[in-house]
Design a protein around this ligand. Structure first.
Ligand SMILES: Nc1nc2c(ncn2[C@@H]2O[C@H](COP(=O)(O)O[C@H]3[C@@H](O)[C@H](n4cnc5c(=O)[nH]c(N)nc54)O[C@@H]3COP(=O)(O)O)[C@@H](O)[C@H]2O)c(=O)[nH]1
Length: 758
């Protein structure tokens, strides 16, 4: 391709030829080095093109294009024609036609070009046209990619789940819908607005400016949480991340990514609350669980304890901790088996504390229990480990002594006496007890444990009967006697209904005048087979079995009936004394019963005197005082029987309004020989005088005793020397004789027992 300058026409022919050649070379060089493809087309065929053109269409040389139809350079005939239709009106006007057009390389690939076309002679298009072809395919692709990227960015921008804001000088340049939605604004409403608009206050905005822009000014990111104000005024908590668009130049603006965390915070708060509630629940459940586990443990422990306790209670005595009757039987049977198999000796000992009932009645059960506990420990300490000391009931203990023969058992019995003898200090009481023991040996006294215990029990009763504080080995004779005792108990239960009881009366006379002052009713029991049985033997049995209440009522009724009969026969001026046992005295109906009986027999209360032992009152003095007050209210007199043998206190004597003390016959018996007895009797009389009480000496058997008692100031006397207890009809002559008073015999020769002097 060449373009001739106008100057050529002016050159001389030779020089002009040279100039033309030079110009042609210059043009060729220009074409060869052009960065765009240049092609000369005439009659739709390539006339000439430069190397770049060949390169663009991937032809191996510019000559390869020459002569080719320009149509082949286009994707299709239609495209070729369309270009022609668009370009030639422009070209025909002599203008340059420019377009971006898709063309085809020689290998068939389509590519984008920038075409610039011009007719060589706009007047005559047949002269052809010059086209500059610039390969912009790469640029087009980059542009397309850029646009795609921009579109993608826009989509991201528009659909991002975070607010995106571009601020410049704190004025919103651009933002996405999400940001608008966060603050409740419509599309485009915020553009050009100062960010002040979405802060709660001016000061907040200022503070945020200082806070956020400090790192941004240094080209760094800012991250933080802040509270913004929505269009409707509600507070919106957001997390923001901001960075300068150009770290080196903050004035270019800043990009803000805004995340609405209000909901998240609300949910987090809710979650935290739920978590807290859950944790609390877990804590509660854990606590409940651990409490339940602890309860379970406690229950298991309690059950274990209960089972052990039940087992213990079933086998041990609650008061002393010693084996009880059940364990005793188990151990006893085992001991008998072992003794039988090994041929070794075995002793069983029955031990009963003497007068324990007395302690219990007089000092109360608490003292009695404490005494039992102490004695139980002493017994346990006295024997070997393999021996058994069991508490059977009350004050009864049984010892199993494996390997003990008669000698060994006797030694143990002595040690028991020794152990029990030492006084026991319980509060202000110093008590001493003694044991009565019975011993049975295997196999002589019993082939099984039951028989051995029975034998030992029988032997113990014998030891008691023979003076207590003693021990006895079982003998067959004892067996008989024990059977008799049982017989007595049975017989007593039917004695009342069978009318086997009778009363004897023993007079009591004034020591000063000899006049009859009273009569004591004394119970007698005559059994058809057993004969006369002493009240000293059967009263304790009646007390133990509770029959004493019914028997005692019979005695009172009979005695008062007798007194009334005597009254009717003119025998008066004396009282009727009736003995009351502790069980009778404590019976709640006693005062009422006494009143009823007095009324039934038409007698006043002051003709009756009830004799109580010292100890009935002391167990529960308050209750005793109440009963005594009620009896006093009926006019009934109260005397203390066997005074000096029990536990009386002066204050109680006074409180109980006792009218008479009966000096026990054990003090009277040796009067004259025993100075101590004399001193005691004298002291009792003085004390009674001081308290305004009368004194009756019991068991007066001799005139000497009588004189001494009279000399001491004793007010009344009772005893064989005056009269034995006699049936009513037999005592009547005495009563008649002494009604108005009779001198009492001064010397024994003058009065035989049972034959009182006139
Ligand atoms: N609760 C009840 N107890 C009663 C009743 N009847 C009697 N008893 C008590 O029985 C115990 C024994 O009585 P008893 O065998 O009748 O003996 C009494 C007299 O016979 C006896 N006595 C009287 N004088 C003399 C004597 O000079 N010498 C002597 N050795 N004995 C004598 O004393 C007994 C009367 O004692 P007391 O009652 O203490 O005044 C006896 O404890 C009776 O109390 C009853 O119905 N209920």
């Amino acid at each position: 391709m060449s373009f001739l300058p106008d100057a050529l026409a002016l050159e001389p022919r030779q020089s002009s030829t040279l100039a033309l050649q030079r110009i042609l070379r210059e043009q060729q060089t220009l074409l060869d080095s052009a960065g765009v493809g240049i092609v000369f087309i005439r009659h739709r065929r390539v006339v000439r093109c430069n190397p770049r053109y060949a390169e663009i269409f991937q032809l191996h040389s510019p000559q390869a294009a020459v002569g080719h139809s320009s149509e082949t350079l286009h994707p299709s005939r239609e495209a070729f024609r369309a270009l022609g239709r668009a370009a030639y009106p422009v070209l025909a006007r002599g203008e340059t036609y420019r377009t971006e057009w898709q063309m085809r390389r020689s290998n068939g690939c389509l590519f984008w070009t920038h075409l610039t076309g011009r007719l060589i002679n706009p007047e005559d298009s047949s002269e052809g046209s010059i086209w500059i072809v610039d390969d912009i395919d790469e640029q087009k692709r980059s542009q397309a990619e850029l646009h795609a990227a921009l579109r993608e960015n826009q989509v991201l921008f528009d659909n991002a789940m975070v607010g995106i804001v571009v601020l410049r000088d704190r004025v919103l340049v651009r933002c996405n819908h999400h940001f608008e939605r966060i603050l409740g604004y419509g599309p485009g409403e915020l553009v050009g607005r100062s960010s002040r608009q979405w802060y709660l206050s001016e000061s907040d905005w200022q503070a945020a400016g200082e806070h956020c822009y400090a790192p941004l000014a240094l080209g760094r990111e800012f991250e933080g949480q802040m509270t913004l104000r929505a269009k409707d005024g509600r507070a919106v908590v957001v997390e923001v991340r901001s960075r300068p668009l150009d770290p080196a130049d903050l004035s270019q603006g800043t990009l803000w990514i805004v995340l609405d965390v209000s909901e998240r915070l609300r949910v987090q708060a809710q979650l935290a609350q739920m978590h807290g509630a859950l944790e609390q629940q877990v804590r509660d459940r854990t606590r409940e669980l651990s409490e339940t586990v602890a309860d379970l443990h406690r229950e298991i422990e309690q059950r274990k304890y209960d089972q052990e306790r039940i087992h213990w209670m079933a086998h041990y005595d609650a008061l002393t901790g010693l084996p009880n009757r059940v364990l005793l039987a188990e151990r006893g049977q085992q001991a008998v088996r072992t003794a039988r198999e090994s041929g070794s000796p075995l002793a069983v000992m029955f031990l009963d504390l003497d007068n324990f009932k007395h302690v219990n009645d007089s000092l109360g059960h608490r003292v009695g229990d404490a005494l039992l506990m102490e004695i139980a420990q002493r017994l346990r300490r006295t024997v070997r480990d393999r021996d058994t000391v069991a508490r059977l009931s009350g004050d009864e203990f049984v010892l199993i002594l494996p390997g003990a023969n008669a000698q060994g058992a006797a030694r143990v019995a002595s040690k028991m006496q020794e152990a029990a003898r030492a006084p026991v200090q319980l509060g202000h009481h110093e008590l001493s007890v003694s044991p009565s023991m019975g011993i049975a040996l295997f196999p002589e006294h019993g082939e099984d444990f039951e028989s051995l215990i029975q034998a030992a029990d029988t032997a113990m009763y014998r030891a008691k009967a023979e003076g207590r504080n003693n021990f006895r080995f079982f003998t067959p004779r004892m067996q008989e006697q024990s059977a008799q005792a049982l017989q007595l108990t049975n017989a007593l239960s039917r004695a009342l209904e069978r009318g086997q009881f009778a009363l004897h009366y023993q007079p009591q006379v004034s020591a000063a005048t000899g006049a009859i002052s009273g009569v004591e009713a004394l119970l007698r029991w005559r059994h058809p087979e057993l004969g006369d049985i002493s009240p000293a033997d059967f009263i304790p049995v009646a007390e133990d079995s509770g029959q004493i209440v019914a028997i005692g009522e019979w005695v009172l009724d009979t005695a008062l009936a007798q007194l009334q009969r005597w009254r009717q026969r003119g025998l008066s001026g004396f009282t009727m004394s009736v003995n009351l046992s502790a069980a009778q005295f404590r019976h709640p109906q006693l005062p009422e019963l006494v009143a009823q009986l007095l009324e039934r027999h038409g007698l006043a209360g002051d003709c009756l005197e009830l004799e109580l032992t010292e100890n009935v009152a002391i167990g529960d003095p308050e209750a005793a005082a109440r009963i005594m007050d009620q009896l006093h209210a009926h006019g009934v007199g109260l005397a203390i029987d066997d005074f000096g043998t029990g536990y009386s206190s002066l204050s109680q004597l006074k409180r109980f309004r006792i009218c008479r003390l009966k000096i026990d016959r054990s003090f009277v018996r040796d009067l004259g020989q025993d100075r101590n007895d004399h001193a005691l009797v004298s002291a009792i009389v003085r004390m009674a005088q001081a308290l305004g009480m009368r004194t009756t000496a019991e068991g007066v058997e001799t005139p000497q005793q009588l004189e001494l008692l009279r000399g001491e100031g004793c007010t009344e006397l009772q005893g064989f020397h005056i009269s034995r207890p006699l049936p009513a009809e037999q005592v009547e002559p005495f009563l008649l004789r002494h009604q108005r008073g009779a001198r009492l015999a001064p010397a024994p020769s003058q009065a035989r027992p049972g034959k009182p002097s006139p």
